[in-house]
Design a protein around this ligand. Structure first.
Ligand SMILES: Cc1ncc(COP(=O)(O)O)c(C=O)c1O
Length: 421
């Protein structure tokens, strides 16, 4: 079959809903200043869907430096890959400051977290090596693992028994094949909000030989006494061999970094294909990154405000009887039971009538019959935002329990689907 014909016949798991859901559930447009209140479909909503954890996206000092740096440098400078013509003092300074902040000796900037992580994994391992990774890892880890030409073994999510079992297998395979073992997990799992069991994993280092790479996209800025991340929070940062953070969340920007021993970081700088074959990060992102890091380091009140809101929201949900699972981070999943259709109706009700914008997770990402509404509190949410949201959640869960989302088609998009449009 012709490639285009095959694609036209099957637009993929989300693409198949494009006609009925685009602009509402898929590619919704949130407009206005980034904050706890944004505009959606012409009305103000309380926004719980973006990872602007520390509220830096609209911090006046951040906006000022971004504007000044853009005026001074434009988006072009520096041109070319770092290795060729794209090096600057500011890039080097940001790497040093990031590494020092996360208590590592050296750092390396990455242009995007996703690409950087895939490339980092690709460069770290040889075909003789065996990768052991958490089964619920983010797509950037999964895709990095897919690039690996050697063996790879997933362990059950955060299950230490399963981890040890797979690690033992991996060590044996690696010994037989003349390679080594790389373990990959996350500091914080972005869907359920549980921290990776870093402490338990590093404890195996005394028993089995392996190196550990940790994706701390959600932990950087939110965990640890000053936001140094999940490794510092759990007291095991020294045992993490390569630490990864992205600028897409607490830093409210674009870019990412890895940090670790100087010789290994040097190797990665010379070998990560995402960096060697791609243009250097534009200067405004680097200068803006330096300012953001300074604010994180010097303004503990940002993280304190974040956690005040996290606690108010999570305690309020628990007190109201909601199941928010085992989160011990700002990521706040609300677990409900129902059909995907009911989930869509409920989210529509939340957006259109309660003016609450949050993301939903349904089958096939999680088992049939389960619904997760995911809330991301930030430092810029207010107590009023939280109170209104708690009231709305009580209202919608009551409706869900009474089966009202089954009976009453409140969502015109779903009406279209039901009518076979
Ligand atoms: C756990 C995790 N790793 C990596 C990434 C990718 O980062 P970026 O958006 O910088 O590509 C994300 C999402 O942004 C993430 O949630």
């Amino acid at each position: 079959m012709d490639i285009f014909e095959r694609i036209r016949a099957n637009m993929g798991p989300l693409g198949q809903y494009a006609d009925i859901a685009e602009g509402y559930y898929i590619f919704p447009k949130l407009t206005g200043e980034i904050g706890s209140r944004m505009m959606f479909n012409g009305q103000e909503v309380i926004c719980w869907s973006i990872n602007n954890y520390l509220g830096l996206a609209n911090h006046p000092e951040v906006r000022k430096i971004d504007a000044e740096a853009s005026a001074e440098w434009g988006l072009a400078y520096p041109m070319g890959a770092r290795l060729m013509t794209g090096e600057t003092d500011q890039h080097i300074r940001l790497e040093r400051e990031l590494a020092a902040f996360v208590k590592k000796e050296a750092g390396c900037l990455l242009n995007y977290g996703y690409q950087g992580m895939t490339s980092c994994i690709d460069s770290l391992v040889s075909r003789r090596d065996v990768i052991v990774y958490d089964a619920e890892s983010h797509g950037c880890i999964i895709d990095g693992v897919r690039l690996h030409l050697g063996k790879r073994i997933a362990f059950e999510h955060n299950n230490i028994e399963s981890f040890e079992k797979q690690l033992v297998r991996a060590v044996k395979m690696a010994e037989e094949g003349g390679g080594s073992v790389l373990v990959i997990t996350e500091g914080v799992f972005g869907m359920r909000g549980d921290q990776g069991k870093l402490k338990e994993i590093v404890a195996f280092k005394s028993k089995y030989p392996f190196r550990l790479l940790v994706d701390d996209a959600h932990g950087f800025g939110t965990l640890g006494p000053n936001g140094e991340g999940a490794g510092v929070e759990q007291g095991v940062q020294d045992e993490i061999d390569i630490y990864f953070g992205t600028f897409a969340k607490s830093m409210a920007s674009i870019g990412a970094f890895i940090a670790g021993p100087p010789d290994i970081i040097k190797f990665l700088k010379y070998n990560m294909r995402s960096q060697v074959f791609a243009k250097s990060l534009p200067m405004p992102l680097v200068v803006g990154g330096l300012k953001r890091l300074e604010l994180i380091r010097t303004n503990p009140s940002l993280k304190q405000q974040l956690w005040k809101n996290v606690n108010a929201l999570q305690n309020g949900l628990r007190e109201a009887g909601f199941d928010i699972g085992i989160t011990n981070t700002p990521v706040t999943p609300v677990f409900l039971k129902g059909h995907p259709m009911e989930a869509s109706q409920m989210v529509h009700d939340l957006r259109a009538n309660h003016r609450i914008f949050c993301s939903m997770v349904i089958y096939p990402i999680i088992p049939k019959g389960e619904i997760i509404l995911r809330l991301i509190p930030t430092a810029v949410h207010t107590q009023e935002d939280i109170d209104l949201t708690l009231a709305a959640f009580k209202a919608i869960s009551g409706k869900l329990q009474r089966g009202e989302y089954k009976a009453e088609v409140v969502n015109p998009l779903m009406q279209q689907e039901a009518a076979g449009a």
